[in-house]
Design a protein around this ligand. Structure first.
Ligand SMILES: NC(=O)c1ccc[n+]([C@@H]2O[C@H](COP(=O)([O-])OP(=O)(O)OC[C@H]3O[C@@H](n4cnc5c(N)ncnc54)[C@H](OP(=O)(O)O)[C@@H]3O)[C@@H](O)[C@H]2O)c1
Length: 260
């Protein structure tokens, strides 16, 4: 039985652990955790380890789930004690090269980028692996990540783009949903009701794009009836640079990510 160990039991680790639990595919007696706050392992429902060394010596897959700035503290201990384990890092912005230099020679490393929607099992996740990762190890990671959402293998060179359109874009979408709701409030609808309606409409639109396979512009055209109401709204968005503003926001994220 493969043993999994999480270093850092914060928001993202607990979302993945919840995904594993809810999937019913894992015996949680094979899932371990270490956090500086010792009560967190119990709260997450994993077997508690007293140290990083103990965790690394116990498990087959070590998941690095601390903040990126904490990694330099954690990696030397991982290097010393995880001599054969597969290393999975979810730390934003930390490349495979960076991790490889801090770990034992030829360590198998998988870099993962989840997004915040993991909290409801609807994350959009990318991963890439170095040449030391065996196919069956890749499969194990992919299966674990599928418990929190949709998983895509991507070349590492695309991670900045992924960060923009999947890591950051939920913030844009939340703001868009709120803007729809506030506009409804201005037109007289109570905010709580408007939020539910706006969020449901965004959710349904995403589902239709994904399930119909139709081009988003074809779907937009199908909503715009001749001399109807929607075309006036679409035109107002175009006049106010809706699409080019989205492009600028995505470009800003990619450029910032590359500078980090
Ligand atoms: N949250 C997201 O939406 C998201 C999305 C993509 C990627 N990520 C990545 O996921 C990683 C974790 O993020 P998060 O949001 O889950 O952060 P978090 O909630 O702060 O979790 C990190 C956990 O690690 C603990 N910790 C700190 N130092 C430690 C050490 N030396 N050894 C063991 N545990 C230690 C922290 O304890 P204290 O709180 O006591 O310091 C905390 O419980 C980050 O690298 C982040 O870039 C997160």
């Amino acid at each position: 039985m493969t043993k999994y160990g999480f270093i850092g039991l914060g928001n993202m680790a607990s979302a993945i652990i919840d995904g594993m639990k809810n999937s019913g595919q894992y015996d949680m007696r094979n899932v371990y955790g270490y956090d500086t706050v010792s009560s967190k392992a119990n709260e997450c429902g994993v077997c508690a380890c007293d140290s990083i060394a103990q965790l690394c010596k116990t498990v087959d897959i070590v998941v690095l789930a601390v903040k990126p700035q904490i990694l330099p503290k954690v990696l030397p201990e991982v290097k010393e004690n995880a001599l054969q384990a597969l290393i999975v890092s979810i730390a934003a912005g930390k490349t495979i090269d960076y991790l490889a230099q801090a770990l034992y020679e030829n360590a198998p490393i998988v870099r993962v980028m989840p997004n915040i929607n993991a909290r409801v099992g609807a994350s959009t996740v990318a991963f890439c692996a170095n040449a030391s990762v065996a196919d069956e190890q890749k499969k194990l990671v992919e299966t674990m990540l599928c418990t929190i959402g949709t998983v895509t293998e991507l070349p590492e060179s695309m991670f900045s783009v992924f960060t923009a359109i999947a890591g950051s874009s939920p913030a844009f979408t939340y703001i868009y949903i709120d803007a729809l709701a506030r506009a409804a409030v201005q037109a007289g609808m109570p905010k709580a009701q408007a939020l539910q309606i706006a969020a449901s409409s965004v959710f349904g639109s995403a589902k239709l794009v994904m399930e119909s396979g139709e081009h988003p512009y074809a779907l937009a055209d199908s909503v715009c009836s001749p001399s109807g109401t929607t075309i006036d709204g679409v035109l107002t968005l175009q006049e106010n640079a809706f699409e080019s503003t989205v492009h600028k926001a995505i470009k800003a994220v990619i450029e910032k990510d590359k500078r980090l």
